[in-house]
Design a binder for this molecule. Structure first.
Ligand SMILES: [Zn+2]
Length: 350
């Protein structure tokens, strides 16, 4: 019994430290980007408000509930005074996406390019800075995703490709809280075709549509600073297996950037998106819900940015009943929020 309470209290401590660290590091990065004119002040403020709201909202749906004051541990009440509306809204309004997804978007905007050679090193630098102490060592911040993904579309007629679109897996340790975030993404955030693909796979164990040829996707496990030697060894052993062949791009990225290990898509992603060219292409078993993976976010961004790809989706008869499937997700969302005693009044306006 004693061990149980100790574990519970340590979990709570890690939650508070991760939340606190995430908010303050995000503030540093965004303020610095605004001061060096890499990001408009207005944009930096919007990103920060969104991140602050999500983290404080997570405190409200945590078990036990953690109030904003406990998370931020401010002596001077600077943030609570400056963002009083966010402090209010975290108790009544749900966010639209996880905090790491917002940070990823901000980093893409700060870096000013969607090239993986620029975005990924900057992202990793940020993540290393967010680790939290636990048991005399530094551990992953619980709001930092474990997997990052990028995708693009190669148009064989035009012989050109789109930019990269990045996504991250849903990061949260509690099972109910994770379901809440997946349902929010499906109901309020993702491109409707991606939400639909998640719902159809959940309900019918089938794919809802197929993409046009040459949508390419690669994913990486993000290793922490402390795991960098392990990451290096994994990449070296993969490189050794390509000794007699040209090294594929996904492996070159992992070798150059460090702390990233190529990751094959899970069985659920294969089912939802059967004709995507995945790199690496073998299939990993899935122990999580449809919609948890980084692929959904990046593919959603690809579709939202390129209407010509949406028009080329090959849809089948599952379009009937689409609203009912989304409604089922919405009902589960409401029930889970109710169980965690969160009284929803709306979705955040930002
Ligand atoms: Zn997956």
């Amino acid at each position: 019994m004693q061990a149980f309470w100790e574990n519970d209290s340590r979990r709570l401590q890690v939650f508070i430290m991760s939340a606190n660290q995430f908010v303050h590091k995000a503030l540093d990065i965004l303020a610095n980007a605004a001061n060096t004119r890499k990001l408009e002040k207005r944009r930096a403020k919007a990103y920060f408000e969104e991140i602050l709201h999500i983290i404080l909202f997570y405190g409200q749906i945590n078990h036990p509930k953690v109030d904003p004051e406990e998370i931020l541990q401010e002596n001077n009440h600077q943030l609570s005074e400056m963002y009083s509306d966010v402090f209010e809204m975290c108790r009544t309004h749900i966010p639209k996406r996880p905090p790491f997804t917002v940070l990823l978007d901000a980093i893409v905007e700060i870096v000013g390019t969607r090239h993986e050679d620029n975005v990924l090193p900057c992202l990793l630098l940020t993540i290393n800075d967010m680790e939290v102490p636990n048991d005399n060592k530094l551990c992953r911040n619980i709001f930092v995703s474990t997997v990052i993904n990028l995708c693009y579309f190669y148009d064989e007629h035009m012989r050109s490709r789109t930019h990269n679109y990045f996504g991250a897996s849903v990061s949260y340790r509690g099972a109910r809280q994770k379901k809440i975030m997946i349902d929010i993404l499906c109901c309020y955030t993702w491109h409707r075709d991606i939400s639909w693909a998640v719902c159809v796979a959940n309900h019918y164990e089938q794919n809802a549509f197929t993409f046009p040829p040459h949508v390419r996707s690669m994913a990486f496990n993000i290793y922490t600073h402390g795991q960098s030697t392990q990451a290096k060894q994994r990449v070296e052993s993969l490189l050794a297996s390509f000794r007699d062949y040209p090294v594929p791009r996904f492996l070159k990225i992992a070798e150059q950037v460090g702390s990233l290990v190529p990751r094959a898509p899970c069985g659920r992603c294969f089912k939802m998106f059967p004709n995507i060219q995945f790199y690496p292409s073998h299939r990993e078993p899935a122990f999580w819900e449809h919609g948890n993976c980084a692929e959904c976010e990046s593919l959603s961004q690809l579709l939202s940015s390129h209407e010509q790809i949406v028009t080329k989706l090959h849809r089948d008869h599952f379009q009937i009943g689409r609203d009912e499937l989304i409604n089922t997700k919405n009902r589960r969302l409401q029930q889970n929020l109710q169980l965690l005693k969160f009284r929803i009044r709306g979705v955040v306006p930002f």
